[in-house]
Design a protein. Structure first.
Length: 511
C-alpha cells in the first residue's frame, strides 16, 4: 500500500534523490530480503502462487473496511461486556467520539482538497493559463514547474494520496481484513484534522477578529477530543492490564498473555520440585500449544504436553502422583479426571480476561491388566472401552483406556500423534476418529481417548478399534550449504499399527 505514496513522493521531488542513495537502498534491501529470495527459489515461488490464487477469489471488503477504519480512529464507543470494565464507566461520555472523529477527518480531507484546488487555480491565473488542463504544452510545463516549486502543494497531494487511495483499494480485497492492517495510515488522519482546525482558527482570526469566543470554542472542541481520546486510551490500558475484558471478543482463539502463561508453567514446575514429584503433564489446545511448548523447554522437571480436545494422559500407577496443569477451557479433562483419577486442586493460576488455569496433583486409579493381543505394535495397548456420561449435559461418550508402551524423549517442535478409530457395533453406526498428540511419552503412562456419541443413540455393545501413528516435525529445508528455519510443520506419513496377529483392528466389548 505504501508503494503508492512512495511513487508520488518520487515524482514530486525527483531531484532530492541521489543515485548513491538508490544504489545503497537496493543493496540494503537485497541483504534484508536475501533469505526470502532464496526461499522463493527453493519453494518455486510458492508465495507468488498463493497471491495469484487469492487475486482470483471473490472481492470482499466494503462495509468491513469502513467499520475497521472507524474503529481504528476511535474504538471507545464500543460497549464492553465486562461489568467491572473501566471503559464501561466512560462510554456515555466517549460514545460521541465515534461520530466526531470521522466528521473531523472528512472536514480535514475537504480542507486539503479545497486548498489544493484554490492553489492550482491561483497558480493558473498567475501564469496566464486560465485552465491548466487545457493549456498548451509550454503552459503545462510552466505550471508543473511552479507546482513542484510549491512544497505545500506537493505535501497536500502526498498526504491525500497516502490517506485516500489505500482505503479505496481496501474496499475491494480478496483477503480477510484485520484491524491492525490500517496502522500504516497513522498519523495521517490526525494531520488532516489538525489542518482543518488550524484553517478554521485562521479564518475566524482573519474575518471575525472581534469574535474571539469562536476561536476559543474551537480550542475547547480540540481539548474535548484530546481528553476523550486520552481517557479512552487510559481506560483501555487499565482494563487490559487488570483483566477486565473478555478474552474471546476479538479472536477466534481465546487470548493469553505471556506473563500468565509463564506464571502457570513456573508454578507447575515449582510444585513438582517442592513435593518431589517426577513428572509434569500440561494440557494444550490451539490457543496455547505453541507458547506452552516453548515455555516448557525451560522447566527443570520432565514434562509432557498433550492435546486436550479429546485426550487425557495420566501417569502409570507405579510411578505415583504427578503434577497436572489444565487449561482454562479444557472441560472434558475435568470430566475424565473425575472418573479415572484422584486429584487435589493446589492452585488456580490467574489469567486476565478469562477463566484461570487449574493446577492439580493427580494420582491415577489402578488400571487392569490387558491381554497381549490388545497391543498395537510397540506403541499402545488397549485396556478397555467404556460408555459413560461426561460433562454437565450428561452426553454419552465412548472412552478407550490405553497403556503407552514405548518412551519417547521430547524434541524441538516435535509431536507424536496417534489417530484412534472406533467403529461401534451396529448397522447404522459411523466410524469415529480422534487424534491424540504428545510432546513426549513415558512407558506405562495411561492414555484416555473420548469420542462423543450421537444424541439419542444406543450405547454400543462392542467397538472395533484401530490405531495409526505419525510424527509432526519442523520443516527446515536446505538449499546447498544454506539451512532454512521455518515456522512450517510437516507430518510424516501415517503408519498403521498392527496387533501381534497381524491385524490392524481389534473388536472389544463395551462396558
Amino acid at each position: 500500500m505504501l508503494v503508492i505514496p512512495l511513487f508520488v513522493a518520487v515524482v514530486l521531488a525527483p531531484k532530492t534523490i541521489r543515485w548513491r542513495d538508490i544504489v545503497l537502498a537496493f543493496v540494503l534491501l537485497f541483504i534484508l530480503y536475501f533469505p526470502y529470495i532464496l526461499w522463493e527459489v527453493f519453494s518455486k515461488a510458492s508465495d507468488l502462487h498463493a497471491f495469484s490464487n487469492l487475486s482470483q477469489h471473490e472481492a470482499t471488503g466494503g462495509n468491513e473496511t469502513l467499520r475497521f477504519y472507524r474503529l481504528f480512529l476511535s474504538p471507545y464507543g464500543q460497549q464492553p461486556t465486562i461489568a467491572s470494565s473501566v471503559t464501561l464507566k466512560f462510554v456515555p461520555w466517549l460514545s460521541w467520539l465515534r461520530y466526531a472523529i470521522p466528521l473531523l477527518l472528512f472536514a480535514g480531507i475537504a480542507t486539503a482538497l479545497l486548498l489544493l484546488v484554490f492553489s492550482l487555480l491561483n497558480q493558473a491565473r498567475a501564469t496566464g493559463t486560465p485552465d491548466p488542463i487545457t493549456s498548451v504544452r509550454s503552459g503545462i510545463r510552466g505550471w508543473w514547474a511552479n507546482f513542484k516549486a510549491n512544497r505545500s502543494l506537493g505535501g497536500l497531494v502526498l498526504l491525500l494520496t497516502w490517506q485516500i487511495l489505500p482505503v479505496l483499494l481496501l474496499l475491494r480485497v480478496t483477503i480477510i481484513l484485520q484491524l491492525h492492517y490500517f496502522i500504516f495510515l497513522m498519523p495521517g488522519p490526525y494531520i488532516l484534522i489538525g489542518l482543518f482546525i488550524a484553517k478554521v482558527v485562521e479564518l475566524f482570526r482573519r474575518y471575525q477578529p472581534g469574535w474571539s469566543f469562536l476561536r476559543y470554542a474551537v480550542y475547547g472542541l480540540v481539548a474535548l477530543v484530546v481528553i476523550g481520546q486520552l481517557l479512552g486510551s487510559v481506560a483501555s490500558v487499565i482494563d487490559i492490564s487488570s483483566g477486565k475484558f473478555d478474552d474471546r471478543t476479538f479472536y477466534i482463539h481465546y487470548r493469553n498473555d505471556l506473563n500468565s502463561l509463564q506464571q502457570a508453567v513456573n508454578e507447575a514446575d515449582q510444585l513438582a520440585q517442592q513435593r518431589h514429584l517426577n513428572h509434569v503433564y500440561i494440557t494444550t489446545d490451539d490457543s496455547t500449544a505453541t507458547a506452552l511448548g516453548y515455555l516448557s523447554e525451560q522447566m527443570q522437571t520432565p514434562v509432557t504436553l498433550f492435546s486436550a480436545t479429546n485426550c487425557l494422559v495420566l501417569p502409570a500407577p507405579a510411578d505415583g502422583p504427578a503434577v497436572l496443569l489444565v487449561g482454562p477451557y479444557d472441560t472434558l479433562t475435568h470430566a475424565l479426571l473425575g472418573q479415572y483419577a484422584s486429584v487435589t486442586l493446589v492452585n488456580e493460576p490467574a489469567r486476565p480476561g478469562g477463566k484461570p488455569f487449574h493446577l492439580y496433583v493427580v494420582t491415577p486409579s489402578a488400571a487392569q491388566t490387558a491381554p497381549g493381543t490388545n497391543a498395537f505394535g510397540n506403541d499402545l495397548q488397549l485396556y478397555k472401552m467404556k460408555t459413560q456420561n461426561l460433562g454437565s449435559n450428561s452426553s454419552s461418550w465412548m472412552v478407550t483406556q490405553w497403556n503407552i508402551l514405548r518412551p519417547v524423549q521430547p524434541a524441538l517442535r516435535t509431536t507424536y500423534n496417534y489417530t484412534i478409530t472406533a467403529q461401534p457395533g451396529g448397522n447404522n453406526s459411523s466410524l469415529q476418529r480422534n487424534t491424540c498428540s504428545f510432546t513426549g511419552m513415558r512407558a506405562g503412562d495411561q492414555l484416555l481417548d473420548a469420542m462423543a456419541l450421537p444424541n439419542n443413540s444406543v450405547a454400543p455393545t462392542s467397538v472395533t478399534v484401530g490405531v495409526q501413528s505419525s510424527t509432526t516435525v519442523p520443516f527446515n529445508p536446505t538449499l546447498g550449504p544454506i539451512h532454512f528455519e521455518t515456522y512450517i510443520n510437516q507430518e510424516t506419513p501415517s503408519t498403521v499399527l498392527r496387533t501381534p496377529s497381524g491385524r490392524n483392528t481389534i473388536t472389544v466389548p463395551a462396558s
